[in-house]
Design a protein around this ligand. Structure first.
Ligand code: PA5
Length: 447
């Protein structure tokens, strides 16, 4: 079954006519991805568009073989990367397996994600754990020069070499980086680490279906064939140029209409905690793609009903800044039937025989109605199950919606110039050679 866009909770906020009026802009955006690609900003970063079919099959086989080796010789895998080199893999593992994957994994290694912060506490905690078990490392960096993963890799490479010796350590290090350039590539070549490639034409936040995401995902025992199959079906389905027949384009149109009507926040919503990291992935995808030139929706996220008891108050009655995009799954991974309690001290016997999935669904419906009554439009994307196939579909759906939406907004959805500003200041303040002048200026400002 396909994903479905449910517009029932948009009544009074966005009309069918308004969506139709956006057809020429959507058609132009579609053209930037297909026939008029040469004129598009960000041309050169469209590789994700055909990736579900057009990927390196030999490397895909090597990914599976590497995953089998990691599963057989490691109790832990340390995945080192940040941003697009981190979020997709973690999101996919938690989506398909569990938010508590490290507690529930039986036949696959625990997976720790590091190099996505500069917290010494986090690194030393996992380093201490790894000293006591067999482990491997997958370091991921497209540029090969990002500080956060580079620092973490230095620590874990040393740990591996101390534990296993240089030669055996080299067999436990998997490097995912550029095919030709960067410090990490040079190091991998020199040390003979197994290498996987981040394709030139796929940007970090669009790279989950390359080795960047696929190797850690496969190490968690997730079926990457089914993942790619879901993405490939979505690729075919959402290639249709007609706005009326393309839910992905409709979603892109609706969020632009709401933006033009004054909404400034898109709140990504799900009622499944295992979706938490997918929300994080979504926030990076849309935030880095659209937030530039003084434009763009601010992507935020919640998990309900958890956050109905925190941010829910604001959503219901605070400033009318936002709309919600809900991903609703028809079937949960598991259900739990409420049993009769002879005491009925909690008064819940009226739920006897009901599944918790039933209650969760009613919570969603009740919340959607309450929030729309409160002036918060709800876009609903319906999916069937939290499995590999639907995950592939969702990933592709959001990637394409983001690209189309960014072009409609009038920005380059594939660059992230703003990310450099903090890096320059950080380099100056930590004393990186070449940043001395900036360092003097910043130190004066800091006092
Ligand atoms: O989407 C992006 O391009 C960024 O978020 C990058 O993924 C992130 O900055 C990490 O970069 P790199 O993979 O070069 O270490």
């Amino acid at each position: 079954m396909a994903l479905r866009l449910n517009c029932k909770y948009l009544e009074g906020f966005v009309s069918e006519n308004e969506v139709k009026e956006l057809a020429p802009e959507i058609a132009a955006a579609h053209g930037f991805l297909y026939e008029n690609r040469e004129q598009a900003v960000g041309n050169g970063y469209h590789g994700w568009l055909t990736l579900p079919e057009d990927y390196d099959k030999t490397e895909f086989g090597r990914i599976k073989a590497a995953a089998r080796k990691v599963i057989s010789d490691s109790q832990a895998l340390v995945v080192i990367g940040i941003g697009g080199s981190y979020l997709g893999a973690r999101a996919a593992i938690e989506f398909v397996k569990s938010k508590n994957y490290n507690l529930t994994a039986k036949d696959t290694p625990k997976i720790f994600f590091l190099g996505n912060s500069l917290s010494p506490t986090e690194i030393t905690e996992i380093a201490d754990y790894c000293r006591g078990c067999d482990f491997s490392v997958n370091v991921i960096s497209k540029s090969g020069t990002t500080t956060e993963p580079a620092v973490a890799f230095r620590v874990f490479r040393k740990l591996l070499e101390e534990k296993y010796g240089k030669a055996e350590a080299a067999k436990r290090i998997y490097v995912t980086t550029d095919k030709a350039k960067g410090t990490l590539k040079a190091l991998a070549d020199r040390e003979g680490y197994e290498e996987f490639v981040v394709p030139d034409n796929v940007g970090g936040r669009y790279s989950v279906l390359t080795a960047v995401g696929l190797l850690p995902i496969a190490c968690a025992g997730v079926d990457i064939d089914a993942l790619m199959a879901g993405a490939a079906d979505a690729m075919r389905q959402y290639a249709v140029p007609s706005l009326e027949e393309n839910d992905c384009y409709k979603y892109a149109a609706i969020r632009n209409i709401l933006y033009r009507k004054g909404k400034s926040i898109e709140l990504a919503v799900c009622y499944e905690p295992d979706y938490t990291m997918m929300n994080e992935w979504f926030k990076q995808l849309f935030g880095e793609s659209e937030g530039k030139d003084g434009k763009g929706l601010f992507p935020a996220s919640v998990i309900y009903s958890t956050d109905l008891h925190s941010l829910g108050q604001y959503v219901q009655e605070g400033r009318r800044l936002m709309f919600e995009t809900v991903v609703d799954f028809r079937t949960p991974k598991r259900d739990l039937i409420i049993e009769e309690d002879p005491d009925n001290a909690d008064g819940l016997n009226f739920l006897t025989g009901r599944g918790m999935a039933f209650i969760n669904k009613r919570a969603f419906e009740g919340t959607a109605l309450a929030h729309t009554d409160g002036g918060v439009p709800n876009i609903v994307i319906e999916a069937d199950a939290m499995d590999e196939y639907d995950l592939g579909r969702l990933i592709y759906f959001f990637e394409k919606a983001c690209a189309i939406s960014g072009y409609v907004l009038g920005v380059n959805p594939f660059n992230q110039p703003g990310v450099e500003s903090y890096k320059k200041n950080m380099f100056a303040l930590i004393g990186k050679p070449g940043y001395e002048e900036l360092a003097d200026e910043l130190k004066k400002r800091l006092g």
